[in-house]
Ligand binder design. Structure first.
Ligand code: FAD
Length: 382
């Protein structure tokens, strides 16, 4: 048993855990508090690329790998130039964020990074955490482990997967415009599914070309490769390139109430706390925003998770997920109508949960009515 009584423990130093640790470190309120960071991994590989949008400059500008001020959306019926105005779409390599946060955490005298694979927590009475070889006593736990109920209650909630494979390619001659990215391109799909490609060029000769599906089941590895290959040759008309890196990933998209798993002395964070927007899979900016909300709550003596789960937006996501589950072939049409009928600025505001009710209504009414109403009807009456 570790003899220190820690004020806070963060289980999992991934996107959410590191954001929260950094936010605590930057606030003098926590200067005298002992904060334990428990992570099973060394966090020394670049295991994902984070993209997010932001108006003007931002906190992570020193770490970002590339940013775009022009964007396109394509489908079989649309060719839209995104009206980004003051927004920029930014890309960050996870390893750069991990290295930055690890260095800060290791240098802070009141932070204690311990490599441990947490087996169990007990948050009734004196809160304790059981690691592989030792246990820790803590006042409050922030836990980024996904609750096992999520895997055991498959049939009770709408659940689909955002899964993707991307190739970082290099060309022999200048081909890409490094100022312009493609957010979604539905011109080549996998069967009749909600699936699209996106293109993130970082130089005239280098780009990440990724194929993404929002479906119930994963597909075979070779199927992603075939689509990416066809997309490059048939849609982008690019024949000569070499693949220099590969990225693959799966993000659960579900209306499972992760946030309902908080306990008196334990707050779920990250994917495990509903910080990933279920309809989009984005969470990097949410992690920054929600960590700040936690800090505010702790300082005000409120429940740490207060105000994080916004019911209205969960409801919209639930609806969209239901359509994607029941009528997966409609994804292209839904996203096309959203990009055709709203400014990018409004879409970003909506996805950031910063819109008011009237603005929400405008976005919702831009979706084609019939399938939307059908899903709404099913949600209310079944
Ligand atoms: C490949 C990929 C690409 C993505 N791209 C984007 C993007 O472009 N933009 C965006 O906004 N979002 C993106 N996401 C979604 C989301 O931002 C990430 O999944 C994000 O990392 C989620 O944060 P998290 O802290 O919940 O989980 P993670 O970042 O996965 O962190 C969880 C941490 O907990 C640790 N852990 C787990 N169990 C234990 C245990 N028992 N004991 C100790 N430690 C433990 C893990 O090792 C890990 O470090 C992407 C996700 C993936 C998978």
């Amino acid at each position: 048993m570790d003899s220190i009584n820690y004020n806070y423990a963060i289980i999992g130093a991934g996107c959410a855990g590191m954001h929260l640790a950094l936010a605590m470190m930057e606030d003098s309120f926590f200067e005298q508090q002992q904060i334990l960071v428990l992570e099973k991994d060394s966090k020394s590989i670049n295991d994902r690329t984070w993209c997010f949008w932001e108006e003007g400059s931002g906190k992570w500008d020193g770490l970002i790998d590339h940013a775009w001020s022009k964007g396109k959306f394509y489908s079989s019926t649309a060719d839209e130039t995104l009206s980004l105005k003051g927004y920029r779409y930014k890309k960050l390599k996870s390893i750069d964020f991990y290295n930055y946060a690890k260095e800060k955490i290791n240098a802070a005298p009141n932070f204690h990074w311990v490599k441990d694979d947490i087996q169990m927590v007990n948050s009734n009475g004196k809160t304790s955490i059981l690691g592989q070889t030792q246990s820790y006593i803590v006042d409050h736990i922030f836990d980024s482990r996904i609750h096992p109920d999520f895997y055991q209650s498959k049939d009770k909630f709408t659940r689909i997967l955002q899964h993707f494979k991307g190739w970082i390619i290099e060309t022999e001659t200048d081909f890409f415009d490094p100022e312009e990215f493609i957010i979604m391109d539905f011109r080549l799909k996998y069967k009749d599914s909600t699936s699209f490609s996106y293109v993130l060029p970082t130089s005239p000769r280098r780009a990440l070309v990724e194929f993404t599906l929002f479906t119930k089941e994963l597909i075979e590895d070779k199927d992603y490769d075939e689509v990416i290959k066809s997309y490059l040759s048939d849609i982008l008309q690019l024949e000569k390139y070499k693949v220099v890196e590969i990225e693959k990933g799966v993000i659960p998209m579900s209306d499972f109430p992760f946030h309902a798993r908080h306990e008196a002395h334990l707050t779920k964070i990250g994917t495990a706390g509903s910080w990933v927007r279920p309809s989009t899979g984005y969470s990097f900016k949410n992690s920054e925003k929600y960590s700040q909300r936690i800090i505010k709550n702790l300082k005000a003596g409120r429940k740490p998770s207060s105000g994080i789960a916004r019911n209205r937006f969960r409801h919209y996501d639930k609806l969209l997920l239901k359509i994607l589950k029941d009528r997966n072939e409609l994804g292209e049409e839904l996203f096309t109508s959203m990009f055709e009928r709203n400014s990018t600025r409004q879409i970003f505001k909506f996805l950031d949960e910063d819109t008011n009710l009237l603005e929400d209504a405008r976005i919702m009414s831009s979706f084609r009515a019939a399938p939307f109403l059908e899903a709404l009807y099913k949600q209310v009456f079944t």
